[in-house]
Design a protein around this ligand. Structure first.
Ligand code: UDX
Length: 447
């Protein structure tokens, strides 16, 4: 099939475009970003993502993908137009729909025959209905038929290529039999259950999934806090919880809070459009609030433990919002650094793939060239991202390199018993002696 992706050099657009291309479709990745287009036309990638270089090579070797800024040609040459533009957080947490509205108007203006318009971006419920009206109002010829379809993505950064090529499920929201046929053909080579529903349910399901994942994370972070305060151990608790088939084992690792461009943004958006539909969402508001507490608690702990912080060196390992990506958007590490950099302390940072930060933060921290340089003579080591190379660190060498052997491990990547044996002051998340430890509350006060 002939497909155009509007926003085709963005994270979702590019992976979708290349993924469809290697499935045999002819894909035009259209985007206004000439810097990214130039890179792609030179065989380079604008984002760091496992498996993406191979996917780009395969799609280009087979002549199945074109990168262009020409939207008119992209629309006219395609039967299916996927819109994957950004829908970032706007004012007060609302979704900024300006790129979506512009894309729909431009697409409508160039349509010359029947098209299936597929909304890939994460959008508030009701967007497909709005899209239909925008397209109708902007068609050059009001007789041109079209359908609008919702087709949410569930790509995780770091796993996005395999998530796209081998999805758990494909969700399609359609309002006409014709667009259902088109979408079935589009995904006919994929070995995954396809759930066909109406456009509003399809739009809603993306929010439901992300809200559920976020809820699990805030839940386990909250259980971790209480475990610390009552001298229980989250490792043991998780061993038991994960064996319960009703609970399962995913999305239960305690940490510095969920980050990244999606979970918080989508939760805020959901809370706002639910409010407009007269639905209050106290549970999901609390999920967000709990998440924001994580970094505050970690920062407060650092401040309370590092007396005379102005004379100290803090080493921070990990800047991206999780391992496997160079994305620092809404990264817990960045939130912590912003707070720490307001103190007079010296901060040394290292991440295997993130080598720049936005100003003013970039100049307020020192980038080290290696893990060991970062750690050398540090008074405190804070692990913020669970990169494999951090997990492989030999604690004996870390101990010998630091000025004060003190580790705050917000990802629980090290063995607490090994750290204690070596003489570290070691704080993880969710067990006694950990960051939420409140020595003022003796167990006898609770029992
Ligand atoms: C998420 C959804 O998983 C994906 O389906 C959607 O399309 C986009 O949003 P992503 O933002 O890439 O994907 O990250 P994800 O892997 O879900 O992790 C989100 C955050 O939760 C990260 O900061 C991660 O470190 C944290 N996390 C995840 C934990 O703290 N513990 C866990 O057990 C899992």
């Amino acid at each position: 099939m002939k497909i155009s992706i509007i926003g085709g050099t963005g994270y979702v657009g590019l992976i979708t475009g290349l993924g469809l291309a290697v499935n045999g479709h002819d894909v035009i990745c259209m985007d206004g970003d000439s810097r990214k287009l130039n890179k792609l036309n030179n065989g380079e990638l604008p984002i760091f993502e496992e498996g993406l270089p191979k996917l780009l090579k395969e799609a280009t070797d087979r002549n199945k993908v074109v990168f262009t800024n020409n939207i008119k040609t992209a629309v006219r040459k395609s039967d299916i137009i996927l819109i994957a533009v950004g829908t970032p957080e706007g004012k007060n947490g609302d979704t900024d729909m300006s790129q979506m509205i512009l894309a729909l108007k431009l697409v409508a203006g160039y349509m010359n025959n029947y098209k299936t318009i597929v909304i890939k971006s994460t959008v508030p419920v009701g967007t497909c209905d709005m899209a239909r009206m925008i397209i109708k109002d902007n068609l050059n010829n009001p007789m041109i038929p079209f359908d609008v379809v919702s087709n949410p993505e569930f790509l995780r950064e770091g796993n996005a290529v395999s998530d796209f090529l081998k999805p758990d499920r494909i969700v399609v929201g359609v309002d006409t039999p014709k667009s259902e046929v088109v979408m079935k053909e589009l995904y006919s080579t994929f070995d995954a259950p396809m759930i066909i529903t109406d456009t509003r349910s399809s739009e809603m399901v993306k929010y439901a999934c992300n809200a559920y994942l976020a809820t699990r994370l805030s839940f386990i972070n909250e259980i971790s806090e209480i475990s610390e305060k009552v001298n229980a151990d989250i490792h043991a608790i998780l061993d038991v919880m994960k064996l319960d088939k009703r609970i399962g084992s995913h999305y239960l690792n305690p940490g510095p809070g969920f980050g990244g461009p999606c979970l918080s943004k989508d939760l805020k958006s959901l809370i706002i459009f639910a409010g407009k539909a007269n639905a209050d969402l106290p549970l999901l508001k609390a999920v967000l609030e709990r998440n924001e507490m994580q970094i505050r608690n970690i920062f407060d702990y650092v401040m309370s433990e590092l007396k005379d912080i102005g004379s100290k060196k803090i080493a921070v390992l990990g800047l991206s919002f999780k391992a496997g990506t160079n994305d620092t958007r809404n990264s817990p590490a960045i939130h912590l650094l912003e707070k720490l950099s307001d103190t007079k302390t010296r901060i040394y940072v290292y991440d295997p793939v993130v080598k720049n930060l936005e100003e003013p933060l970039h100049t307020r921290v020192a980038f080290s060239t290696s893990i060991m340089d970062t750690i050398m003579d540090a008074d405190c080591l804070i692990i913020m991202t669970e990169w494999p190379e951090f997990k492989e660190l030999e604690l004996e060498i870390v101990y010998a390199s630091m000025k004060t052997p003190f580790i705050i491990d917000t990802r629980n990547i090290f063995s607490p018993s090994k750290a204690y044996q070596l003489g570290f002051r070691y704080k993880g998340i969710g067990f006694a002696g950990s960051i939420f430890d409140n020595t003022g509350v003796a167990l006898k006060n609770i029992i």
